[in-house]
Design a protein around this ligand. Structure first.
Ligand SMILES: C[S@@+](CC[C@H](N)C(=O)[O-])C[C@H]1O[C@@H](n2cnc3c(N)ncnc32)[C@H](O)[C@@H]1O
Length: 523
């Protein structure tokens, strides 16, 4: 075994590598989240260990400790996994190998926690929400190593028990040891078969196998159908959600270049011009990324910005706006495109902090091409009525189309989020239309395929106004994309209200599930 406990080896069911991919497949069960945890934690944790903190830390290997801390932050403080983990990796000074292991372990466990909870529920002699939340998180980490990573059983067990002994205490270490031994009695596939045999409901079985809550599977299946795709694609979609996304790059047009990145192993993107796919590794080493002229940006988001910039507008006077700009990804590309066309982008964002991020993202673009405002876009529309030629309204949404990059999000979101967001989504689209002059174009976008956030919002707004025409967004997207990129199996358009909308999919286009529809304001 290596000193850090990440042993290489194999088990009878198939080789495992301690630097494993998450090659798991599994089930879900919605975890009782934070309310219970907060109530129980303080009382139980106090009694666990009399060891001094310094003594405790020595026992935990740094990669697993980092993954554990990340999981605790996500589950007890509502932290975002993709923000907290990189910070912990830096703070704990993990080397490259440990950082990769911690990332795989933490993100994988976050993604699969619903399924692991279903496994654990059969191995623990009490309801999971009666366990100390820290112990439950450690059990999830141990289960992920046993069932979805190529970590030998004894290494997964010893290291997790050591982590619990060091971080929580001797008593829970005994419990964790006993439970993980039960988990280790079967492989991932065997567990899935066993759980499936007890589950008559097809969607629940799918949820367990692919680690998604049932309501999200139902919503995504509905969205596939509503956008003209076959509902049977659902499993491919769920599988794609469990794969870490490829890192897409964009060179800001007229400002950055991908030449060095391509020479360094990046491959040209297959959806949009001036894009590439990074070969992996530290993206900050790619020339241009530090200066912000080459940016990491999902190709679907790049397409959104390009569609708006290229949509035909009667007499473009150069007044462009991004109503919901934070943190500034699409705004940066839009501003660069605006600069090329002699236009100026107003990048607006309601949150002060996120406005700062927008300013930072826009900094590499010549100043005359943009300005930033901090306001509720609904107010902005009252002062800037009928002013803009092009408006992007990339509304706050559930993010169900970006589950690949937000490992814990699928378990945190609830169906009520969808209903709660609808009014602001409608109002923001209305505001964008009010702020657009006759002949101008609004592009409504979400990174969720949920039809309540896409088609329903569009129909609600169209029902209430007579001054809007839905454009052939699919055609606009084909023109903005690389030749042939949205043809055949990859066609993304669907008829809606006299025009078309576009829905991208991770399993088809390798992008987030971005939705967009272009609307012309009539006179
Ligand atoms: C989906 S994000 C936009 C992502 C952004 N377009 C990008 O590509 O980086 C939605 C943004 O809208 C902002 N927002 C929410 N309500 C708003 C409002 N009423 N007015 C303006 N911005 C709002 C949120 O703070 C969030 O930054």
């Amino acid at each position: 075994m290596s000193p850090d406990g990440h042993e290489r080896g194999s088990r009878p069911s198939g080789g495992r590598d301690d630097r494993a991919r998450s090659d798991g497949s599994h089930h879900n069960r919605r975890r009782n989240a934070r309310g219970h945890e907060r109530n129980r934690r303080s009382q139980q944790e106090r009694t666990f260990s009399a060891q001094a903190p310094g003594q405790r830390r020595r026992r935990s290997d740094p990669a697993r400790l980092t993954a554990f801390q990340a999981l605790r932050a996500v589950n007890s403080e509502d932290a975002y996994g993709n923000l907290v983990l990189p910070r912990l990796v830096r703070e704990n000074r993990l080397d490259k190998r440990d950082a990769a292991f911690a990332t795989e372990l933490a993100y994988g466990t976050m993604r699969w926690s619903g399924t692991w909870d279903a496994v654990l529920a059969t191995c623990v002699d009490r309801p999971l929400d009666e366990l100390d939340p820290a112990v439950l998180d450690a059990l999830r980490l141990g289960t992920h190593q046993l069932l979805a990573m190529r970590v030998p059983d004894h290494a997964a067990l010893d290291a997790t028990v050591g982590l619990v002994r060091g971080e929580i205490g001797q008593g829970p270490a005994g419990l964790v040891n006993a439970v993980l031994r039960k988990v280790a009695r079967a492989t991932q596939e065997q567990w899935l078969d066993e759980l499936a045999a007890e589950q008559p409901d097809e969607l629940r079985r799918m949820g367990l196998r692919h680690a998604h809550p049932v309501w999200e599977i139902r919503a995504m299946r509905r969205a596939l159908r509503a956008n003209g795709r076959d509902a049977s694609e659902i499993e491919a979609l769920l599988e794609a959600d469990n794969e870490p996304p490829r890192v897409h790059l964009v060179a800001l047009p007229g400002i950055g270049s991908l030449e060095a990145a391509l020479e360094d192993g990046a491959t040209p993107g297959d959806l949009v011009p001036d894009s590439a796919v990074s070969p992996g590794g530290d993206v900050h080493r790619i020339p241009g990324t530090r200066e912000g002229v080459v940016r990491v940006q999902d190709a679907g988001s790049q397409l959104v910005a390009r569609v708006l910039a290229q949509a035909p507008v009667a007499e473009d006077r150069g007044a462009w706006a991004d109503f919901c700009a934070g943190p500034g990804g699409k705004a940066a590309l839009l501003a660069a495109l605006a600069h090329e066309q002699g236009a100026q982008l107003l990048a607006n964002e309601v949150s002060e902090h996120r406005s700062e991020l927008v300013r930072h993202a826009l900094a590499p673009v010549p100043e005359e091409a943009w300005r930033v405002s901090t306001a509720d876009a609904r107010d902005l529309a009252r002062t800037e009525t009928a002013r803009f030629d092009r408006v992007l309204v990339d509304v706050p949404c559930t993010g169900l189309g970006a589950l690949r990059r937000r490992p814990e999000a699928r378990w945190r979101r609830t169906p009520s989020d969808v209903g709660n967001l609808a009014p602001v989504q409608r109002e923001l689209l209305d505001a964008a239309l009010d702020a657009t002059r006759a002949g101008g174009v609004v592009l409504y976008a979400t990174c969720s395929p949920h039809t309540a956030e896409t088609h329903d919002i569009l129909h609600d707004v169209l029902d209430a106004r007579k001054d809007v025409e839905v454009l052939d967004t699919a055609d606009l997207a084909r023109q903005a994309a690389l030749p042939g990129a949205l043809e055949g199996e990859r066609a993304a358009g669907h008829e809606v209200a006299g025009g078309t909308s576009v829905q991208l999919w991770p399993h088809v286009h390798g992008t987030d599930a971005m939705f967009m529809v272009a609307l012309r304001k009539l006179g």
